[in-house]
Design a protein around this ligand. Sequence first.
Ligand code: HEM
Ligand code: HEM
Length: 202
Amino acid sequence: MPILNDAKSYGALTKFFHWVIVGLFAFQYAAGYTMTSLGSQDSALGFTQGNYYNWHKSIGLIALGFAFFRLLNRHYNRLPKWAPNLTKSEKRMMHYYENALYLAMFLMPVSGFVYVMAGGYGVHFLEITHLPNPIGKLSQLATIAKWTHILSSFAILIALAAHMSVVLRHQLVLKNGLVWRMLPARARSPVPTPLPAGDKAQ
Ligand code: HEM
Ligand code: HEM
């Protein structure tokens, strides 16, 4: 599998970033809901609420680093042509969902970071070192950042469900193998399927 994208398919680097971010987001949602539902003295799976907070903050900042390099990759590594079996309206919608997901990759960690720093909670990074606070305590900013973080976490689920519904409809209903475009070393290009009447591919 080539490292970079070519005209027809995604390369290893794009696939690597895609699935690393999926894994990190899955962890962030699981840890985010666990830590906010545990009491301060409780634990789950052998980890205290404090451990979950520390790891949620640390992995979130690591995800921000990956998002930065992923955006560079998207910018400098040309995109392959759209899959031949996406309709014109699906291409337009996929484009919006992907932009929303890129926004989420930055908005979530940045709002979380601003919240914990402006709120004076800090970050015990990987439970090894306390990060310096570049913001200082600003309670109004902390409140805005906290609500941005919480409300965006719901909005992103909508964009993600929409993104996945296009992919899974093609994969499971139309059975044209769209998901292989983002999986390693499989069919280079999905099987073309007839488009619905009145909706032409570009
Ligand atoms: C990919 C990045 C991130 C994702 C997807 C994410 C997701 C979430 C989710 C789903 C929640 C639960 C929201 C709720 O209570 O309904 C949450 C809460 C929280 N997150 Fe994140 N987060 C990310 C990064 C960060 C970072 C980098 C920090 C701090 C450095 C952070 C700090 C927090 C805090 C303190 C809460 C608790 C908010 C509260 O008091 O309710 N998050 N996050
Ligand atoms: C946190 C979750 C996810 C995010 C942020 C995300 C984001 C993206 C983005 C931005 C792209 C465009 C290519 C790129 O710039 O990298 C993309 C493409 C793709 N994603 Fe996801 N995605 C997520 C989850 C998923 C899941 C769970 C699936 C599987 C059902 C999936 C399947 C695909 C496929 C097949 C493509 C290629 C579409 C095409 O151009 O033909 N994604 N994704």
